[in-house]
Design a protein. Structure first.
Length: 228
Protein backbone atom coordinates (compact mmCIF):
# COMPACT_ATOMS: atom_id res chain seq x y z
CA UNK A 1 0.00 0.00 0.00
CA UNK A 2 1.48 3.32 -1.08
CA UNK A 3 1.10 6.15 1.42
CA UNK A 4 1.83 9.66 0.22
CA UNK A 5 2.19 12.82 2.25
CA UNK A 6 2.93 16.37 1.09
CA UNK A 7 5.30 18.85 2.71
CA UNK A 8 6.93 22.19 1.94
CA UNK A 9 10.41 23.48 2.63
CA UNK A 10 10.61 25.38 5.91
CA UNK A 11 12.57 28.59 5.66
CA UNK A 12 12.09 30.14 9.12
CA UNK A 13 13.55 28.25 12.06
CA UNK A 14 13.59 28.60 15.81
CA UNK A 15 11.05 28.38 18.62
CA UNK A 16 9.12 31.48 17.59
CA UNK A 17 8.83 30.39 13.97
CA UNK A 18 7.64 26.92 14.99
CA UNK A 19 5.04 28.43 17.29
CA UNK A 20 3.69 30.57 14.46
CA UNK A 21 3.49 27.53 12.17
CA UNK A 22 1.43 25.62 14.72
CA UNK A 23 -0.97 28.56 15.10
CA UNK A 24 -1.45 28.46 11.32
CA UNK A 25 -2.28 24.75 11.32
CA UNK A 26 1.17 23.64 10.18
CA UNK A 27 3.65 21.20 11.74
CA UNK A 28 7.42 21.74 11.71
CA UNK A 29 9.49 18.71 10.82
CA UNK A 30 12.76 17.40 9.47
CA UNK A 31 13.83 14.75 6.97
CA UNK A 32 17.37 13.36 7.15
CA UNK A 33 19.59 10.43 6.18
CA UNK A 34 20.00 8.63 2.88
CA UNK A 35 23.32 10.32 2.17
CA UNK A 36 21.76 13.79 1.78
CA UNK A 37 21.74 16.83 4.06
CA UNK A 38 18.94 17.28 6.59
CA UNK A 39 16.01 19.30 5.26
CA UNK A 40 13.62 21.39 7.33
CA UNK A 41 10.01 20.90 6.28
CA UNK A 42 6.47 21.86 7.28
CA UNK A 43 3.29 19.85 6.86
CA UNK A 44 -0.45 20.39 7.05
CA UNK A 45 -1.54 19.39 10.55
CA UNK A 46 -4.89 17.81 9.66
CA UNK A 47 -3.46 15.67 6.87
CA UNK A 48 -0.59 14.53 9.08
CA UNK A 49 -2.81 13.86 12.10
CA UNK A 50 -5.17 11.67 10.05
CA UNK A 51 -2.19 9.75 8.69
CA UNK A 52 -0.78 9.13 12.16
CA UNK A 53 -4.05 7.49 13.20
CA UNK A 54 -3.39 4.66 10.72
CA UNK A 55 -1.25 1.77 11.88
CA UNK A 56 0.42 1.40 8.47
CA UNK A 57 1.70 4.98 8.62
CA UNK A 58 4.05 3.98 11.45
CA UNK A 59 5.51 0.87 9.78
CA UNK A 60 5.58 1.56 6.04
CA UNK A 61 7.78 3.17 3.45
CA UNK A 62 6.17 6.57 2.93
CA UNK A 63 6.37 8.74 -0.17
CA UNK A 64 7.14 12.25 1.01
CA UNK A 65 6.61 14.98 -1.60
CA UNK A 66 8.64 18.14 -1.04
CA UNK A 67 8.83 20.89 -3.66
CA UNK A 68 7.68 18.60 -6.46
CA UNK A 69 10.22 15.89 -5.63
CA UNK A 70 9.45 12.52 -4.05
CA UNK A 71 11.50 10.89 -1.31
CA UNK A 72 11.11 7.46 0.24
CA UNK A 73 11.07 7.82 4.02
CA UNK A 74 10.06 6.11 7.25
CA UNK A 75 8.60 7.78 10.32
CA UNK A 76 11.19 8.10 13.08
CA UNK A 77 9.72 10.35 15.79
CA UNK A 78 6.55 12.24 16.65
CA UNK A 79 6.22 14.82 19.41
CA UNK A 80 2.67 15.38 20.61
CA UNK A 81 1.28 18.17 22.80
CA UNK A 82 1.03 16.97 26.45
CA UNK A 83 -2.78 17.16 26.52
CA UNK A 84 -4.03 18.49 23.17
CA UNK A 85 -4.53 16.44 20.02
CA UNK A 86 -1.80 18.43 18.35
CA UNK A 87 1.38 17.26 16.62
CA UNK A 88 4.28 19.46 17.74
CA UNK A 89 7.10 18.12 15.57
CA UNK A 90 7.83 15.14 13.31
CA UNK A 91 10.98 13.41 12.04
CA UNK A 92 11.36 11.34 8.87
CA UNK A 93 14.37 9.32 7.75
CA UNK A 94 15.18 8.76 4.08
CA UNK A 95 15.66 5.17 2.97
CA UNK A 96 17.68 3.69 0.15
CA UNK A 97 16.64 0.57 -1.73
CA UNK A 98 20.01 -1.11 -1.15
CA UNK A 99 20.33 -0.37 2.58
CA UNK A 100 18.63 -2.29 5.38
CA UNK A 101 16.48 -0.39 7.83
CA UNK A 102 15.59 -1.06 11.46
CA UNK A 103 11.95 -0.35 12.26
CA UNK A 104 9.23 -1.52 14.62
CA UNK A 105 6.47 -3.54 12.95
CA UNK A 106 3.09 -4.27 14.63
CA UNK A 107 2.16 -7.83 15.57
CA UNK A 108 -1.26 -9.17 14.54
CA UNK A 109 -2.55 -12.08 16.63
CA UNK A 110 -4.68 -14.57 14.73
CA UNK A 111 -6.84 -17.56 15.71
CA UNK A 112 -6.82 -17.21 19.49
CA UNK A 113 -10.62 -17.52 19.89
CA UNK A 114 -10.53 -21.04 18.45
CA UNK A 115 -7.40 -22.16 20.29
CA UNK A 116 -7.40 -25.01 22.86
CA UNK A 117 -6.34 -22.50 25.53
CA UNK A 118 -9.57 -20.55 25.10
CA UNK A 119 -12.07 -23.22 24.00
CA UNK A 120 -11.00 -26.03 26.35
CA UNK A 121 -9.46 -24.21 29.31
CA UNK A 122 -11.17 -20.79 29.27
CA UNK A 123 -7.66 -19.34 29.57
CA UNK A 124 -6.63 -15.74 29.12
CA UNK A 125 -4.07 -15.11 26.36
CA UNK A 126 -1.83 -12.17 27.23
CA UNK A 127 -0.02 -10.24 24.49
CA UNK A 128 3.23 -9.28 26.20
CA UNK A 129 4.55 -7.60 23.04
CA UNK A 130 2.51 -5.78 20.40
CA UNK A 131 5.32 -4.77 18.04
CA UNK A 132 8.70 -6.11 17.02
CA UNK A 133 11.93 -4.42 15.97
CA UNK A 134 13.01 -5.89 12.62
CA UNK A 135 15.72 -5.44 10.03
CA UNK A 136 15.13 -5.69 6.28
CA UNK A 137 15.48 -3.97 2.95
CA UNK A 138 12.78 -1.37 2.24
CA UNK A 139 11.18 -3.58 -0.42
CA UNK A 140 10.75 -6.43 2.10
CA UNK A 141 9.17 -4.36 4.88
CA UNK A 142 5.85 -5.96 5.94
CA UNK A 143 2.89 -3.91 7.18
CA UNK A 144 2.59 -6.33 10.09
CA UNK A 145 3.82 -9.73 11.29
CA UNK A 146 1.23 -12.42 11.93
CA UNK A 147 1.35 -14.52 15.11
CA UNK A 148 -0.70 -17.73 14.80
CA UNK A 149 -2.39 -18.64 18.11
CA UNK A 150 -4.80 -21.27 16.76
CA UNK A 151 -2.89 -24.15 18.41
CA UNK A 152 -1.84 -22.53 21.65
CA UNK A 153 -2.84 -24.44 24.80
CA UNK A 154 -2.96 -23.61 28.50
CA UNK A 155 0.56 -23.23 29.84
CA UNK A 156 2.11 -22.53 26.44
CA UNK A 157 4.40 -19.56 25.90
CA UNK A 158 5.42 -18.08 22.54
CA UNK A 159 8.80 -16.37 22.19
CA UNK A 160 10.07 -14.13 19.39
CA UNK A 161 12.20 -16.91 17.88
CA UNK A 162 9.08 -19.12 17.63
CA UNK A 163 7.45 -16.71 15.14
CA UNK A 164 8.12 -17.33 11.44
CA UNK A 165 9.48 -14.15 9.87
CA UNK A 166 8.46 -13.01 6.36
CA UNK A 167 11.04 -13.51 3.62
CA UNK A 168 13.94 -11.09 3.93
CA UNK A 169 12.95 -9.97 7.44
CA UNK A 170 14.89 -10.65 10.64
CA UNK A 171 14.03 -9.85 14.23
CA UNK A 172 16.61 -7.57 15.83
CA UNK A 173 17.83 -9.62 18.80
CA UNK A 174 21.09 -10.17 20.63
CA UNK A 175 22.60 -13.68 20.56
CA UNK A 176 20.98 -14.86 23.82
CA UNK A 177 17.83 -12.76 23.61
CA UNK A 178 14.43 -14.39 23.06
CA UNK A 179 11.70 -12.32 24.73
CA UNK A 180 8.21 -13.61 25.49
CA UNK A 181 5.47 -12.51 23.10
CA UNK A 182 2.42 -14.45 24.37
CA UNK A 183 1.50 -16.25 27.60
CA UNK A 184 -1.59 -18.18 28.74
CA UNK A 185 -3.14 -18.39 32.20
CA UNK A 186 -6.36 -19.16 34.04
CA UNK A 187 -8.17 -16.04 35.33
CA UNK A 188 -7.70 -15.57 39.08
CA UNK A 189 -11.44 -15.49 39.80
CA UNK A 190 -11.89 -18.93 38.20
CA UNK A 191 -9.10 -20.40 40.31
CA UNK A 192 -10.68 -19.00 43.50
CA UNK A 193 -14.13 -20.40 42.56
CA UNK A 194 -12.65 -23.87 41.95
CA UNK A 195 -10.96 -23.84 45.35
CA UNK A 196 -14.25 -22.90 47.03
CA UNK A 197 -16.13 -25.70 45.22
CA UNK A 198 -13.49 -28.28 46.15
CA UNK A 199 -13.67 -27.25 49.81
CA UNK A 200 -17.47 -27.59 49.80
CA UNK A 201 -17.32 -31.10 48.30
CA UNK A 202 -15.11 -32.63 51.04
CA UNK A 203 -17.12 -35.50 52.71
CA UNK A 204 -18.07 -34.91 56.34
CA UNK A 205 -16.45 -38.25 57.27
CA UNK A 206 -13.07 -36.86 56.23
CA UNK A 207 -13.36 -33.82 58.49
CA UNK A 208 -11.44 -34.40 61.77
CA UNK A 209 -13.73 -34.73 64.77
CA UNK A 210 -13.79 -31.65 66.93
CA UNK A 211 -12.08 -31.94 70.26
CA UNK A 212 -14.65 -32.62 72.92
CA UNK A 213 -15.35 -29.68 75.15
CA UNK A 214 -14.25 -30.09 78.72
CA UNK A 215 -16.29 -29.05 81.76
CA UNK A 216 -14.27 -27.01 84.22
CA UNK A 217 -13.26 -29.17 87.18
CA UNK A 218 -13.82 -28.34 90.82
CA UNK A 219 -10.67 -27.70 92.78
CA UNK A 220 -8.87 -30.99 93.38
CA UNK A 221 -10.91 -32.91 90.76
CA UNK A 222 -10.08 -34.08 87.23
CA UNK A 223 -11.78 -32.21 84.40
CA UNK A 224 -15.07 -33.78 83.26
CA UNK A 225 -15.95 -34.28 79.61
CA UNK A 226 -19.41 -33.31 78.40
CA UNK A 227 -21.63 -36.19 77.40
CA UNK A 228 -22.99 -36.56 73.91
Amino acid sequence: MKIEISAAKREAQGTGASRRLRRDGRVPGIVYGGGDSPEMIELDHNELYQGLRKEAFHASILTLKVGGQEQQVVLRAVNMHPFRKQVQHIDFQRVRADQEIHIKVPLHFMGQEGSPAVKLSAAVISHVMTELDVSCLPADLPEFIEVDLSNIALGDTIHVRDIPMPKGVEAVLSVDENPVVVTTSIPKEIVVEEEVVEAAEVPASEVPAAKQAETPAEPGEEPKKDKG
